[in-house]
Design a protein around this ligand. Structure first.
Ligand SMILES: [Ca+2]
Ligand SMILES: [Ca+2]
Length: 443
């Protein structure tokens, strides 16, 4: 069941706006509709209109994929609140035809027993037919209960209000008595509901999204869909080896902050051509670069910004089968784990050549076999084939680390390589809710 609440109250307050009665809203619509002069005309289901001039709306109404004989069909102007319109009945084969329909926008509702459907129908001219094809009835929807509960408004006058509930474009209405109402047999889908008090208050409009068979008693205003926030972890524009939040949320210790980027290799040798166990990283990274070898691989992105960009060549793989390299960032302080629960999705741009494995690591894990090296601390991973074209990756944290408890302790994330590669990398983002809590709860 999906609820989307679009509630507004005309004027500011239901209690105080006594002057603007609902009739002022309803009347123009009612007048507009009366020009249609079509209410109540019943057209039996049957064949096409032959040589007669005029349009026809045709459909075959089904229930569980069988003809819905005698289904009641009504065509109501889509903004209308009075439920008046064209009426027809499906024949034994479920076919229904409504002829000579005035130009306009309508909602077609079909119903049979406890099933119903609604369809928007646009009639653009008075000569072209509108064929709606086969349409299946679905279990209808119930809306009811207490108006105050339904719209989540505890205003006193609403609790005991009297009035009517109506639906735009549909022939459904119900009385509200002492704040209570019940409507059965509504077609599933988007329902534009209007609450019209008999006195002392303005109309209230709500739109309700329903699925077949729903029983709706509240719009659940307390649970609006929370907007996800996106937190940029690093875009490398500052050219340093800390992620963007490191200076604020990590400690300055041993001459530097946490939240550091690094490239680590196993075996540990880099750019030593005399050592057969050495990796070659280009541009050449060394500890001479401002204290971190990582700074060297932050390069111009060709569009006025910066990105991580390097190639890595592995040592002789016949001698070092287990060789690996990782580009990684500590989430916070070195050696401290963080609860990643606020993260829904981890996103970044990556492209280049070769295979990378995106990993999440908890280096605080104790019960691991030290001989396995850093890989033993991996709590989640997913493989990615780098493409020549820039690509935005989005990984749901729950997919990478399915165990909820495991997500609560992580130190590091990064990309692991097991063979030669070229990597472009930029714009690491966390997407979720209350993302700063990852760090704040550790303060
Ligand atoms: Ca960038
Ligand atoms: Ca940075």
């Amino acid at each position: 069941m999906i609820f989307k609440k679009k509630l507004y109250i005309k004027g500011m307050d239901l209690k105080q706006n006594n002057n603007r009665r609902s009739i002022s809203l309803i009347a123009p619509l009612a007048i507009g509709f009366s020009l249609c002069a079509c209410g109540g005309s019943e057209v039996a289901g049957g064949g096409p209109s032959g040589t007669e001039a005029g349009n026809a709306i045709t459909a075959q109404i089904l229930i569980a994929n069988a003809p819905a004989a005698n289904a009641r069909v009504k065509l109501v102007e889509h903004n209308s609140l009075d439920g008046q319109g064209y009426i027809a009945t499906a024949n034994d084969s479920g076919y229904v035809t409504i002829e000579n329909v005035a130009v306009g926008s309508y909602t077609m509702e079909a119903s049979l027993n406890e099933s119903a459907l609604q369809l928007p129908v646009d009639v653009k001219d008075t000569v072209s037919d509108v064929a709606l094809g086969q349409q299946n009835l679905q279990k209808s929807v119930f809306i009811g209960g207490s108006i105050a509960d339904f719209i989540g408004d505890t205003t006193e006058s609403l609790k005991n209000m009297n009035g009517f509930v109506k639906f735009r474009g549909l022939d459904h209405s119900a009385a509200i008595t002492n704040g209570k109402f019940e409507i059965f047999g509504l077609p599933a889908g988007h329902l534009n509901m209007v609450i019209i008090p008999t006195e002392t208050a303005d109309t209230v409009k709500v739109s309700v999204e329903t699925d077949a068979g729903d029983s709706v008693t509240t719009l659940k205003p307390t649970a609006p869909e929370s907007e996800n926030e996106t937190l940029l972890i690093d875009d490398f524009e500052d050219g340093d080896f800390y992620h963007r939040l490191a200076p604020e949320y990590t400690n300055f210790i041993f001459g530097s902050f946490g939240g550091q980027w690094a490239i680590n290799t196993d075996p540990v040798f880099i750019n030593d051509s005399s050592n057969p166990a050495s990796f070659t990283i280009t541009p050449a990274a060394s500890y001479a670069n401002f204290g971190s070898p990582f700074v060297a691989v932050i390069q111009d992105d060709g569009n006025g910004g910066k990105e991580v960009h390097f190639t890595i060549e592995f040592p002789d793989t016949s001698a070092y089968k287990q060789a690996s390299a990782i580009v990684k960032v500590d989430i916070g302080n070195s050696g401290v784990s963080y609860d990643l629960t606020p993260i829904d999705t981890i996103a970044f741009e990556a492209w280049g050549q070769g295979t990378a494995v995106f990993v999440i690591i908890d280096a605080t894990l104790k019960d691991v076999d030290a001989s396995l090296g850093g890989a033993a601390f991996t709590i989640g991973k997913t493989s990615m084939e780098l493409t020549q074209e820039k690509k935005k990756y989005k990984f749901a944290l729950a997919d990478i680390v399915p165990n909820e408890e495991t997500r609560k302790s992580a130190t590091t994330m990064g990309l692991v390589f097991h063979s030669n590669a070229e990597l472009h990398f930029d714009n690491l983002e966390f997407i979720g809710n209350d993302l700063l809590n990852i760090w704040k709860l550790k303060e």
